[in-house]
Ligand binder design. Structure first.
Ligand code: ZN
Length: 330
C-alpha cells in the first residue's frame, strides 16, 4: 500500500501537551522542497478514550478554529483521562485563503474522503485522517458553520444511520453538545464526507452548523466552546459537570426540508432564521437583476417547521440552496 507522505512532528502516545504540525510535502514554485504545516495539538493523560476535534474542514467557517485554539492553550493533562487530538484548521490551505475549498486543487475536503495517499494535497489530508487519525479516536467532533454562502441557527447534528445502535450513540453525544438546537440530519449527498468516513469506521460522530456568513459571533463561539467541553465530559475524558440549557429538537430529514433557487436574481428573504413557518407559506422571493416592472418569483415552504438555514449573500444563483426548514420534534 502507498504510504501517506504526511508526517506528524509530535508524538500521539506520550503524556503531556504537545503542539506541532502535520507536515505535508508540497513542492511548488516558491518552495521547491516545501511543506504545508497543518497545526495540531495532542493532550494526553494515560490510556483513556480519545477525542478527535476538528474545525476548518471548510476554510471559511470560524467557530471551530477559534474554540479549538482556545482549548489547545487552556486544557491541561491533569484535567483529563485519555487523549484529545485538536486540529483547528483541518483543510489548512483553504483556511489560509478563507475559502471553502482548497486553493491548491479546488477540492472540498468534505467531499474528498476516503482520499488518496498519492493524490492531490486535499486527497492526502483526507487519506491521513482516514487511515491514521480516525482509527485512533473513540469520539469525533467536526465543527462546521455555514461559511460565506449559508447561515444557520446554531445546531449540533447526528445522522440517521443504518446501524440504529450507533445512531443512538451519536445522537446522545449530539444532545450532550447541547447547542440551542439538536438536529437529526440526512445529508443532501453524503458521499465523500468526513462524517460518512468516521461513521463507517463505527465511531461516535457529532457535527455542527453554528452560524455562517463567513465570520463568527461572540454567541456562536460561546456555543462552540461550551459544546466541546460538554462532549469531552460526555466521553468521560474531561472531568467536570456539563453545562446544559434547553435545546430544541429538530428533524432535518427528507427532500422537503430544502428549497433550491430555480432563478438567478436578487434574494429577498421573507422569514428570518429561527422563524416558525407553515407549509405553503411564502419564505423568500427572487427579483430580476436587470429590469423593473417584473414581479419576483415566490418560494414557499414545502413543509411546516422552523427556518434552520438560509442562503447568505444578497444575490442568488439558480441551483443555490435558498432555505432549510427543519421540523420541530416533540
Ligand atoms: Zn462546513
Amino acid at each position: 500500500m502507498q504510504e501517506n507522505p504526511i508526517k506528524p512532528t509530535i508524538p500521539f502516545d506520550k503524556d503531556g501537551v504537545h503542539h506541532g504540525f502535520l507536515r505535508l510535502p508540497y513542492s511548488r514554485d516558491d518552495s521547491a522542497w516545501g511543506c504545508i504545516m497543518i497545526p495540531i495539538c495532542v493532550i494526553r493523560n494515560g490510556d483513556g478514550p480519545t477525542a478527535l476535534l476538528t474545525g476548518g474542514n471548510h476554510g471559511d467557517e470560524y467557530e471551530g478554529p477559534i474554540a479549538l485554539q482556545n482549548l489547545a492553550v487552556s486544557l491541561k493533562p491533569s484535567d483529563i483521562n485519555g487523549r484529545v487530538i485538536i486540529v483547528p484548521a483541518f483543510n489548512y490551505p483553504a483556511f489560509r485563503s478563507a475559502t471553502r475549498t482548497s486553493p491548491i486543487d479546488k477540492c472540498n475536503l468534505n467531499r474528498t474522503f476516503p482520499g488518496k495517499p498519492d493524490g492531490t494535497a486535499t486527497e492526502k489530508i483526507a487519506d491521513y485522517f482516514q487511515n491514521t487519525l480516525i482509527p485512533l479516536a473513540h469520539i469525533v467532533l467536526d465543527i462546521h458553520s455555514g461559511g460565506k454562502s449559508l447561515d444557520f441557527i446554531p445546531f449540533a447534528a447526528a445522522h440517521v444511520l443504518p446501524d440504529k445502535t450507533q445512531e443512538a450513540t451519536c445522537a446522545a453525544a449530539m444532545r450532550a453538545f447541547n447547542a440551542p438546537y439538536s438536529a437529526m440530519l440526512e445529508e443532501i449527498d453524503s458521499v465523500g464526507m468526513y462524517d460518512t468516513a468516521v461513521e463507517q469506521q463505527g465511531k461516535t460522530f457529532v457535527s455542527t452548523e453554528l452560524n455562517g456568513g463567513g465570520s463568527a459571533t461572540a454567541r456562536s463561539i460561546a456555543i462552540a466552546k461550551k459544546g466541546i467541553r460538554n462532549i469531552l465530559i460526555h466521553a468521560e475524558i474531561l472531568i467536570g459537570e456539563p453545562e446544559t440549557a434547553p435545546s430544541v429538537n429538530l428533524d432535518i430529514t427528507g427532500d422537503n426540508c430544502f428549497l433550491f433557487s430555480e432563478h438567478d436574481g436578487l434574494f429577498e428573504p421573507l422569514t428570518d432564521l429561527g422563524t416558525t413557518v407553515e407549509e405553503g407559506q411564502l419564505v423568500a422571493q427572487v427579483w430580476p437583476l436587470d429590469r423593473t416592472g417584473v414581479n419576483p418569483v415566490e418560494y414557499r415552504a414545502r413543509q411546516s417547521g422552523i427556518v434552520a438555514g438560509r442562503h447568505f449573500p444578497g444575490l442568488i444563483k439558480i441551483g443555490d440552496c435558498m432555505s432549510v426548514i427543519g421540523r420541530i420534534e416533540g
